[in-house]
Design a protein around this ligand. Structure first.
Ligand SMILES: O=P(O)(O)O[C@H]1O[C@H](CO)[C@@H](O)[C@H]1O
Ligand SMILES: O=c1cc[nH]c(=O)[nH]1
Length: 237
C-alpha cells in the first residue's frame, strides 16, 4: 500500500464505498451528499473521496468502465484498505419496456459473457449474486425514500456494442438491464469474503430506443445515490 492505482493512505477509506463507473459521478456524489469530503485518491482521475453521510463515514470512488477495471479497484479496496462493502451505483440500459428512464434497478444476480471468473478455476459456470444483507438494506431504503426499485438479473457485458445480439437473448431470459461491471464486482467480493451490490439507474431503454440527456442523468441518478448512501448508514449500525 499504496497500490499502482490507489495512493490513499492506510485507513483512508470508509468500510462502505459507493462505486460509480464515471469519475465525474463520484465527484458529484462527494460534493452533493458527503459532509467534509476529502479527496483520498486521484490516480488516473478516479476521484476517490471519504466524508460522512448523516454522520457515518462513507467513501466514493469511480471504477472506470468494464470488468477488468472494477476488478482491480474492488480487489485493492477489499484487500488493502479494509473495505467491507462496495455498492456499485451505475448506469444501465433497460431491456424491458416497463423500465422508465431514470428508474432504479437492483442486481440480485449478474449474468455475464465475461471470463472474469475463470481466474478462480472453478470448473463450473459460477452464478454471481449480490450480498443479501446489502440487497435487503437497499430494498428497505428504496421503500423509505418512496423510490420504486425492481430487483432481478443484470447482464454484465464485456462489450458496450453488442455485435453478437446477446442483449436480445438476455432480454428473452427476463434479464432487466445491461451494464458492464456487476458480475466482476460480485465475483471479487465472493472470492474475498466481502459484500457487494450493484444498483443502476436506467440511462436508456433498448426496447423503446429512448435515452436520457446528460442533464437528465445528473438529476435523475440522485435516487440511486441516496439509496446507496442509506445502505451505507444501515450497514454501519
Ligand atoms: O455509468 P457507468 O457506471 O460507467 O455504467 C455503464 O456505463 C458504461 C458504458 O457507457 C459502463 O461502465 C456501464 O456499465
Ligand atoms: O446500454 C447501456 C447503457 C448503459 N450501460 C451499458 O453498458 N449499456
Amino acid at each position: 500500500m499504496p497500490t499502482p492505482h490507489n495512493n490513499a493512505a492506510p485507513g483512508a477509506f470508509a468500510k462502505t464505498v459507493l462505486m460509480p463507473g464515471d469519475p465525474l459521478r463520484s465527484k458529484f456524489i462527494a460534493e452533493t451528499f458527503l459532509e467534509n469530503p476529502v479527496l483520498v485518491n486521484n490516480v488516473r482521475g478516479v476521484q476517490g473521496y471519504t466524508g460522512t453521510y448523516k454522520g457515518v463515514p462513507v467513501s466514493v470512488m469511480a471504477s472506470g468502465m468494464g470488468m477488468p477495471s472494477i476488478g482491480i479497484y474492488a480487489h485493492e479496496l477489499y484487500t488493502q484498505y479494509g473495505v467491507e462493502n462496495i455498492i456499485r451505483v451505475g448506469s444501465a440500459g433497460a431491456m424491458r419496456a416497463d423500465l422508465e428512464l431514470g428508474s432504479v434497478v437492483a442486481g440480485q444476480g449478474a449474468c455475464t459473457n465475461s471470463s472474469f471468473a475463470d481466474q478462480y478455476e472453478l470448473g463450473v459456470h459460477y452464478a454471481p449474486i449480490a450480498d443479501f444483507d446489502l440487497l435487503m438494506a437497499a430494498v428497505e431504503s428504496a421503500r423509505e425514500l418512496g423510490v420504486k426499485m425492481p430487483v432481478g438479473n443484470l447482464y454484465s457485458s464485456d462489450t458496450f456494442y453488442d455485435a453478437a445480439g446477446r442483449n436480445a437473448r438476455m432480454q428473452k431470459m427476463g434479464v432487466m438491464a445491461v451494464e458492464m461491471e456487476a458480475a466482476a464486482l460480485y465475483c471479487t467480493a465472493a472470492y474475498l469474503g466481502k459484500r457487494a451490490l450493484a444498483i443502476c439507474s436506467i440511462s436508456d431503454n433498448l426496447v423503446l430506443g429512448t435515452e436520457l440527456t446528460a442533464d437528465e442523468r445528473q438529476t435523475t441518478f440522485t435516487n440511486m445515490m441516496k439509496i446507496g448512501l442509506e445502505v451505507a448508514v444501515k450497514m454501519t449500525k
